[in-house]
Design a protein around this ligand. Sequence first.
Ligand SMILES: [Zn+2]
Length: 574
Amino acid sequence: PDLLLTEWGDSTLLPGLIHAAAAAKIELSLNRDPARRIERARARSYTSYGRILFKESATTLAGRLHVDTENSFIADQCHLDGLWELARITKLPVQYTARTSTGTGISYMQMEIAYRDGTLIPEQKAEPESPKRPDELLRADRGGLVFPPRLGFFENVAELDFVSEYPSIMARFNVSPETVNCACCPEAPRVPELGYHICRKRRGITSRVVERLIEKRQQYKHAVGAIHESSLGAIRESPLHAAEELRESYNLRRSSLKWLLVCCFGYTGYKNARFGKIEAHEAINALAREKLLVAMETAERQGYRVLHALVDSLYVQKAEAAREDFERLAREIEARTGLPMALEAVYRFAVFLPSKQSAEIPVPNRFFCVPEEGGEPKVRGLECRRHDSPPLVVRMQTEALKILAEARDRASYGRKLEEAREVLARYLERIEEGSAPIEEFIISRRLTRPPAGYRQNSATAIVARQLDRAGVKLRPGENVQYIVTDADAVLPDDRARALTLWESWRGYDVAYYQQMLRDAFKPFEYFGRTSRSLAGSSPYARLPSSPRIASTDGLSSGRFFSTTAQTASRSTPK
Ligand SMILES: [Zn+2]
């Protein structure tokens, strides 16, 4: 075959086959080219953006392709269509593209442009950061801007998103490592907050890379829209089916390009990036913050209430606004910021939730919204979104949400809540009776260090030690799965049990899992009371147009300032 598509081929299947063939003295030619040997790369743990990750070993072939969908992010997410697309646009070998990070793809696209331009390519690391005073660092190192939500239950809410905001900024404002603080244009307009300037004479390499990606995504979008069953009739037997296939293929290619775009931004500040410069990263962030403030100000000026704003999206509300009004607002913001903005959705209601620790404190990204036309609610920050929650908890929350999503407004929400409580009661009962299979109770956690490296007796640490004693080789970045057997046991080892070592006599901790369920139901209760006393309650009730600011890294949390005052005095590079 030309292509070998496997699951677990890299680490298990192919090495196993090779091993077995050798033991049986059978000749096994996995390579088409007999002169070449099979390439093997070892597994390793590594750190990326502060997270410890685990990379499987790789087995690649000569003369034919081997793609392991369990060891290829892109083949897993965007199938082979996406993989071909990335190999084409980055010009990297397919087997390498399948296994490498998308950041590497970006890096190679940058090098290609630089090479064709005749620009020297740094042999290794990026330019070092220019020296900064502490206050400059503080200003520069803020991440995306986040305005914690107004807590409460809100009807008729729209979500407006800047489309691929960071890449759009790089393309539109020519932000690229070599264009920030260039030597040739000291008089160029300044980036807000930071005072950096951006080159006006040369087009940035990264800007050109993202421009190409944005454009290609756009082309696929148009191509999807231009597919007509009738035009395919002449070439295919089943035009309807062919059209569907083509649409699917274009969409997969589009989303593979999206993954490249997403990491473009991260890569501008990445310490190992060849074309990286932290100032470019900071400039993009600063521009993004400014655009978000402009968007908020525009919305408020037109009588919309801004409920929540985070990084590149905006939740606004106005009682009588129709979809067209929200559309018009998006166009207005586009015109004022120079960045594409889309009306992502109109919600019949949105519920913004406080932190788990305190019902008074709003936290970003913890909410659920139900689309105007019904259907799947948008959920952030709840257990059912997390891959490490026990399936039982995920299912209870999902079922309860499904019922709540039938509500049309605040009054009917109260009634639906009664119905949803029955779901909770049913699950609590199932735990008590022991009628749920043990798989429903599995909790997963990622190891952040080797088993011996844990000092505390967290469940993860206890379980890692159990597995270690049982001879399982664990590396940081790998996942462990366990059951909580007796959370309050005196002996730490009795508190939780690794799933593979769990036996039925150990059972599970009924009270612990019941509490987990109750906690997972709490978000639905906060604003479920039919009295209107809590509607729109917010710690800033007295400061209607001056929300508190907390950036993602928390550096500026706790400061108050008016959005209008901040945006008025800013200059923007044109
Ligand atoms: Zn310049």
